[in-house]
Design a protein around this ligand. Structure first.
Ligand code: GLU
Length: 279
């Protein structure tokens, strides 16, 4: 099967050297196997994503010397695909509406004297998991905004034990319960990162998911969703993260390493390759 990789940036800022590393790495892995390289725009966070960053990042990638297949998938054009996955999980009895605000969750955790820590912060204490059907219906009818969370214990029991393979780390036992009942559809948009990325990688026939080490734990959730939705299972390669001189991970706020500023300062793609080192 030909290898298919993707680079999937969120257009909420300019690309920096870390993104260049990630994009070159993904393209390089596809090229090695005579495979296909895709670019996907992950813009479900409509409050933070901007068209100007989409245009800028495509320009940066072309400047780096990359080419990718057309058309470029843009997540905000595909709400129906995420809706279909949510409906399926809902029919399986795995989702529940969560009306909690951040303040409700913080108050509950404080009252309980803490909550187990997950990779993204304290785990959701489950306030809305036990609401009655009638109460859920009343609150929805009253127009209260809600997110959809997965009932993690139930989902894991349904899926059974799972593993996934990272090319650097080998076979990993999936432990999505680390995260608790994660949100699969946000209050403001009818999807979440975990849902959209899993659905898209399957719809786009991605066979090797390459991304930074910071997203390693998220793969536990993606593997669970693949099992529940009967999606094909790719391999993963979570690559090293670039850091600045003080050892801090590069971030969009660090203007100095943005590809457009490096370009404006007269550097070329070969200089960028030299700065990021071997992919
Ligand atoms: N859109 C994510 C980001 O920019 C990457 C998602 C992924 O590669 O799975 O951090």
């Amino acid at each position: 099967m030909p290898i298919v990789t993707r680079f999937a940036p969120s257009p909420s800022g300019e690309l920096h050297l870390g993104h260049a590393f990630s994009a070159l790495f993904a393209a390089g892995e596809a090229a090695k196997g005579g495979g296909r390289f895709l670019v996907r725009i992950e813009d479900i966070d409509t409050s933070r994503c901007r068209d100007v960053y989409v245009a800028g990042l495509l320009e940066d990638l072309a400047w780096l010397g990359l080419s990718w297949e057309q058309p470029v998938r843009r997540q905000s054009d595909h709400w129906d695909d995420y809706g279909a996955a949510l409906s399926r999980l809902d029919r399986m009895g795995l989702l529940y509406p969560c009306f909690c605000t951040r303040a409700d969750i913080a108050r509950e955790i404080a009252q309980a004297g803490g909550a187990p820590q997950g990779p993204d912060g304290p785990r959701y204490p489950g306030l809305c998991r036990s609401l009655s059907v009638a109460e859920r219906e009343d609150r929805i009818a009253a127009g209260q905004p809600y997110a959809l969370r997965i009932d993690m214990d139930k989902a894991m029991a349904m899926a059974g034990p799972l593993t996934w393979t990272d090319r650097r780390e080998g076979v990993i036992r999936a432990t999505p319960d680390l995260f608790g009942d994660v949100v699969l559809a946000r209050k403001d948009v009818p999807a979440s990162y975990h849902l959209a990325v899993t659905v898209d990688d399957a719809l786009q026939d991605v066979t090797l998911v390459t991304r930074g080490r910071d997203l390693f734990a998220a793969t536990h959730i993606h593997r669970l969703l693949q099992a529940l939705l009967e999606l094909p299972v790719p391999e993963w390669h979570h690559h090293r993260l670039l850091t600045d001189a003080s050892g801090r991970r590069l971030a969009k706020r660090d203007r100095a390493t943005s590809l457009s500023s490096l370009r404006r300062s007269g550097l070329g793609p070969d200089d960028v390759r030299a700065m990021i080192g071997p992919c």
